[in-house]
Design a protein around this ligand. Sequence first.
Ligand code: BGC
Length: 389
Amino acid sequence: MKRAEKVTKLFKSNLALVLVAAICLGTLMGCAGGLQKGASITKDSFGQMPDGTDVDIYTLVNKNGNEVRITNYGGIIVSLKVPDKDGNLGDVMLGRDSVEDYIENNSPYFGALIGRYGNRIGKGTFELDGKTYTLAKNNGENHLHGGNVGFDKVLWDAKKIVVKGCPGLELTYFSKDGEEGYPGNLTVTVKYIWTNKNELKIEYTANTDKPTVVNLTSHGYFNLSGKGDILGHELMINAEKMTPVDSGLIPTGEVKEVAGTPFDFRALKTIGKDIAADDQQIEYGPGYDHNFVLDKAFGEMSLAAEVYDPSTGRDMEVWTTEPSLQFYSGNFLDGTITGKYGQVYNKHAALCLESQHNPDSPNQPGWPTTTLRPKQTYRTTTIYKFSTK
Ligand code: BGC
């Protein structure tokens, strides 16, 4: 055999070997469409709606054995278990034991999907294409988190999904024209993907048949130590600016530098440090309940925030394509709700970091728009990423 022929033969036989190895590895890793070894998705009962409709809870376990539980009621993340620096799993998400508990004493959006418009719309009204729309007023004279029955209080259609071998859940909800006062039939899909890097990836898409406004988010209440309060957690928010509010927590329209104020989280800072500062914005909170304008190119997926708990070594990063982030320090928790494990949720028992467009944007023409028109697709992604250090 000539030298050239020999080389070709060797290459061909090795190529076959490489191909066989790749197929085996692919099957093992779950790339052939299945879940990776050790990962699973299971469905169980989570109780019933007042009309008797069954509600489910899905447990997503990644190949590291870490788990997220999500119910199709409100798309609520009920629990999220990740290791501390010694490898002990702990639940870092506030939540309740059953759907009846969530419904009964109106849990304040614990872990829920929020829509059609996250946060507040001043006086519950806005104008779009020359028409004035009146929304449900469920927060004093204002509209909050989609109204009386927002996306957090409805049943979503759920489907188990596998994305690159990782467990996921796809939720769909059809919001009728006129629901809570919003124009247009809106079809919303939210995909939760729980990756092997302990990232909870949330992908939102929506389409409408009439011009409307959309601002979707997730309202997870995080406590990285799984108990007590979050005042000792350290927080970084990648924002030089925030939007000050009035006493009803409606943006005044200003965009203010955080430098030299209690809102400066540009480097990790203990949340308790300035939470009681003598500052009018802090008084309005009371505490932190404010929108930060992220430093980023518009639409880019970028690091928005990091939370670190020195007591357990747990760390959480928030990445998003959204332009802004609401930091809420659990100011209205008052010990009246008892959650999982019999824990009583007191003031500052958790913090929320909600990716979003600025609150009240439909009334602020100069801000990034929240208008969605027919033939356009609303598309945003937010990732909560857990590790230890
Ligand atoms: C809001 C708070 C509100 C809380 C309800 C947050 O997103 O900014 O003002 O009280 O949600 O849980």
